[in-house]
Ligand binder design. Structure first.
Ligand code: SF4
Length: 82
C-alpha cells in the first residue's frame, strides 16, 4: 500500500531496474523484511504466484519439490514443520 494515498502498489518500491539491463535488484536487500528473506515458503505459494522458477517436475511431484525447496532455503528461513 502506498502510505501517502492508500492505493495498492503494482510493484515493490524497493525494486530497482539496473540501468541498461533487463535486470532488477532489491534496493534494500540486506535490510529486506523477513517475508522477503523467507519467500518462497511453500511450493503451493509458488504455484499461486505463478513463479517462473517452478519446473514441470515440481508440479508433477510437489512433495519432493517442497523437500528440495526446504534444502535450498535452509540458510534463509526455518524449514517447514513436517
Ligand atoms: S526482496 Fe522484498 S523489499 Fe526487496 S524488492 Fe523484493 S519485495 Fe521489495
Amino acid at each position: 500500500m502506498n502510505p501517502d494515498d492508500g492505493r495498492q502498489l503494482a510493484l515493490c518500491p524497493w525494486l530497482n531496474k539496473v540501468p541498461g539491463e533487463e535486470k532488477y535488484l532489491c534496493g534494500i536487500y540486506y535490510d529486506r523484511p523477513d517475508d522477503c528473506k523467507h519467500y518462497p515458503v511453500t511450493i503451493e505459494q509458488m504455484m499461486d504466484d505463478e513463479c517462473e522458477m517452478l519446473e514441470v517436475k515440481d508440479l508433477r511431484n510437489p512433495r519432493q519439490a517442497q523437500k528440495d525447496l526446504d534444502k535450498l532455503m535452509a540458510d534463509s528461513r526455518p524449514a517447514l514443520e513436517q
